[in-house]
Design a binder for this molecule. Structure first.
Ligand SMILES: [Fe+2]
Ligand SMILES: [Fe+2]
Length: 475
């Protein structure tokens, strides 16, 4: 069951050949998916030979195979982690009952909404990243972009499989709608805010894969706890792929920092104007990009108090991050959790029922995880002897969702009036000038082993390939 049959039209480990109706439905969806990919996937990539990893098994010890693949011939498929026949629901009001193999009627609408919301983010990010290939700083980076893109495409397949198999006609309609919405489209946008923002340059791409793909990790991890077993098994496998996306972001930013620090030491300056003239991104600008992507991403966790979050948990649909490692009753009726509120112009914590605060719980887990990588970034400056540290802004900074959307808060966490906000914003968020400058650095480097001047080469290649490896062969 763990091996994937690659010879089938839709590679899978779910026995698709034994379910003819489902197979036919997915084979009808497949050409529409490919049309969507041609229209909104990586621009001009048709005919490129790209060194990609493809899932060939769900065995953690050898799940991926690396080889050059013609871009549109990537084998998108359906892969679920193996079933554990004895699995029980381990949180909420159904705790201790056997996990569901089918959708329980009373939870159908909520489950569909969860699957559709997750599914919608996957094609959205491909659309957001459509033009980046034209300005890739190296073949190595171009390959990583395409790897992320094809796997987000596969994540869409993962959710569409659930919709087709378990949600009947409504599911099929939702699967079509997933190909019709478009990131940033005024009339038919993607569901969540951050997935309608632009990813206009590679600095944004690295911040996006560091922060926003990490939101993906936490959402998937919470769904991997689900009492609906097929959702748990499919998201568990998606997490395996997600790790690489965050690696692309973390190592990408580390390489940008490395290059900037090298030039700072070479020129003996921290003057942003001089550094920009030398073609590298100054550290304060990097902090502003970080502030933007962090704040937009933590909005994705939703309102700080949410009755939906309580329902999803109590009904066993969506757990907490690493639910099994948490030492409590996993029902949470008597627990409280601190959320931020504004009282007398100041931020203060107030205790609310934990069930209603589960978005905040997941957001805080995300923040802790994000901070870890920021600390690793700071080692680059420390090693270079440069006294500058990046940090994540206060969680109330630049929020658009929940109670905190009503106030202006500085990166340090001080509530300020509208005037002070407007005066400070150019220091806190990327300005038009920052964005223009970063855009001006973006040019395409296509020679194997060469890198754009604003980013250092990676310390090791993908799958240990040498530094001058031809990750992408152009047709
Ligand atoms: Fe994804
Ligand atoms: Fe991802």
């Amino acid at each position: 069951m763990n091996t994937i049959d690659q010879s089938e039209r839709i590679p899978n480990n779910v026995g698709l050949a034994d379910d003819r109706a489902l197979q036919r439905a997915l084979e009808r969806w497949q050409p529409n998916y490919l049309r969507w990919w041609q229209e909104t996937g990586p621009e001009g990539s048709e005919g490129f030979d790209v060194y990609l990893r493809t899932a060939v098994s769900v065995d953690p010890k050898g799940w991926a195979h690396f080889d050059h693949v013609k871009m549109p011939d990537y084998r998108w498929g359906i892969f679920l982690n193996p079933e554990d026949p004895g699995r029980t629901i381990h949180f909420g009001d159904h705790k201790g009952e056997p996990a569901w193999r089918q959708v329980p009627g009373e939870h159908r609408a909520n489950l569909r909404r969860i699957v559709v919301t997750q599914g919608d983010t996957e094609p959205a990010s491909v659309e957001q990243q459509r033009h980046l290939g034209l300005t890739a700083p190296s073949l190595y980076d171009l390959r990583n972009l395409f790897q992320v893109n094809v796997e987000e495409g596969r994540h869409l397949w993962a959710m569409v499989y659930l919709l087709h198999k378990y949600f009947g006609r409504d599911g099929r309609e939702e699967a079509e709608a997933l190909l019709e919405r478009r990131s940033g489209d005024a009339n038919n946008p993607r569901i969540l805010g951050a997935f309608n923002e632009k990813t206009p340059d590679w600095l944004s791409f690295f911040m996006f894969t560091y922060f926003t793909d990490r939101d993906g990790k936490f959402q998937l991890a919470a769904l991997a706890e689900s009492g609906f077993d097929p959702l748990a098994r499919t998201t568990r496998f998606m997490l395996t792929e997600e790790a690489h996306h965050m690696f692309v972001g973390e190592s990408g930013i580390a390489r940008v920092l490395q290059r900037t620090c090298d030039v700072m030491n070479e020129l003996q300056t921290d003057d942003p104007a001089k550094l920009r003239a030398a073609g590298v991104i100054d550290l304060p600008a990097l902090q502003r990009y970080l502030n933007f992507h962090f704040s937009v991403t933590i909005d994705l966790f939703g309102a700080d108090q949410s009755s939906n979050a309580a329902t999803f948990y109590s009904t066993g649909l969506k757990g907490r991050y690493e639910e099994e490692k948490l030492d409590d009753d996993h029902v949470l009726r008597d627990r409280t959790y601190p959320v931020l509120a504004v009282t007398n112009g100041k931020l203060a914590e107030t205790e609310v029922p934990m069930l209603n605060a589960l978005n905040e719980v997941l957001r805080d887990d995300f923040i802790r995880d994000s901070v870890g990588g920021v600390k690793r970034w700071n080692r680059v400056m420390k090693k270079a002897g440069i006294p500058f540290e990046l940090s994540v802004p206060h969680k109330a900074f630049h929020r658009r969702i929940g109670t905190l959307a009503e106030v202006n808060v500085t990166p340090e966490g001080r509530v300020v009036g509208g005037d002070e906000w407007s005066r400070g914003a150019p220091d806190w968020l990327p300005s038009a000038e920052d964005r223009q400058f970063v855009a001006s650095l973006m040019g395409r480097v296509t020679e194997a082993g060469k890198f754009a001047g604003w980013i250092a080469p990676p310390p090791v290649g993908i799958n240990r390939q040498p530094s001058d490896f031809e990750y992408v062969r152009f047709a």
